[in-house]
Design a binder for this molecule. Structure first.
Ligand SMILES: NC(=O)c1ccc[n+]([C@@H]2O[C@H](COP(=O)([O-])OP(=O)(O)OC[C@H]3O[C@@H](n4cnc5c(N)ncnc54)[C@H](OP(=O)(O)O)[C@@H]3O)[C@@H](O)[C@H]2O)c1
Length: 312
């Protein structure tokens, strides 16, 4: 294995939490422009850095490039080191390995960077095999456009194919970014979390607050706006007992909020949460998930309650 690259890949294992930038420019799901402005987002970015969070996750499709552009603007305004992850979206006309460096160059242009710290495949697709996508990733690394390589929404078999293809080029697979929260524990049940641990692939947990539901601020009578209200209608009817338990456990830790308990639980499971934040307050709040740990007994109680809610 190429030691320079393998050491580089370990940077993700040292990152405890990141910042998700999907809502930065997205109107379809997040109603960007209603209730939060570019300045709120800038403050979320700055607050995260002030809290010691230096890893940001964006994607070329978030806000059709706006998330990357805003990130690039904020990066120019700070002299602090920031590790940036972005993603390749396998659009149906992107059919060769050369599509990856080509797309990454556009992302880098929007971000104002020469290299991205982590380049991920956003979703698998039947149109492009994991092997071809990874050959494209190899080009990105060899050309100095990407420091490390990750995938997202890959199941075990797709991940193993990606891992093996990269291994032939002595490049480790750094991460698999998947949905993981107290309300979505599929990666525990299908073995992906264990497999990531075995292979040294960092599991990056997206939607760790279940798109705001686990903060406790939404209820059946006060659902989140837009499509989230519809998506989570069933969960909102049944999460009351879980919210109560999270609040009680948070109290035992000096008044930690439900969001902080939800994120701390992800960290206790060995994954890297990347909560989204739309303003400074949310960013500061989320950073309060760091610097303490739930006990093993608390983790077990949360999981027993989560099982009950998910079964009901
Ligand atoms: N790879 C993929 O396919 C994929 C898919 C989804 C997400 N992601 C990544 O994962 C990141 C996080 O996931 P996500 O944005 O879906 O959901 P999330 O992190 O579970 O929830 C984020 C939302 O919760 C609310 N919130 C956050 N912190 C809060 C706090 N402290 N107090 C109260 N409300 C708070 C905000 O929305 P409101 O204020 O509007 O409630 C915020 O936009 C994304 O930004 C993206 O980078 C990747």
């Amino acid at each position: 294995m190429n030691n320079a690259i393998s050491n580089e890949t370990r940077f993700l294992h040292a990152v405890e939490m990141g910042l998700g930038a999907w809502a930065w420019g997205d109107r379809v799901v997040w109603q960007y422009g209603i209730g939060y402005t570019d300045n709120d987002i800038r403050q979320a970015f700055q607050a995260s850095l002030a809290e010691g969070i230096h890893f940001i996750d964006t994607a070329e499709i978030y806000g059709s490039g706006r998330s990357e552009r805003l990130t690039g603007q904020f990066l120019k305004e700070t002299d602090q080191p920031v590790m940036v992850a972005t993603k390749f979206f396998p659009l149906p006309w992107r059919l060769t390995k050369n599509s990856l460096p080509a797309a990454l160059k556009h992302s880098l242009g929007r971000l104002g960077l020469e290299t991205v710290d982590l380049y991920q495949i956003h979703w698998p697709t039947p149109l492009l095999s994991p092997e071809t996508m990874m050959e494209g990733m190899v080009l990105c690394v060899e050309r100095g456009l990407a420091r490390t390589v990750g995938v997202s929404n890959f199941d075990q078999s797709q991940m193993l194919r990606a891992y093996s293809t990269l291994a032939r080029h002595k490049i480790p697979l750094a991460s698999n970014q998947v949905h993981y929260s107290l309300l979505n524990r599929w990666v525990e049940k299908n073995g992906l979390l264990d497999r990531c641990r075995e292979l040294g692939v960092r599991l990056i947990a997206y939607s760790p607050l279940e798109m705001g539901i686990l903060t406790g601020k939404y209820t059946h009578d006060n659902p989140p706006p837009g499509t989230r209200g519809v998506k989570y209608a069933a969960e909102l009817r049944k999460i009351g007992p879980l919210m109560k338990l999270m609040t009680a456990i948070g109290q035992d830790h000096g008044g930690k909020s439900n969001s902080q308990v939800a994120l701390n639980w992800v960290i206790c499971k060995g994954a890297l949460p990347i909560p989204g934040a739309k303003n400074a307050d949310q960013a500061h709040q989320n950073a309060g998930a760091l610097g303490w740990k739930l006990t093993g007994a608390e983790v077990a109680r949360l999981e027993a309650m989560s099982d009950e809610v998910l079964r009901s």
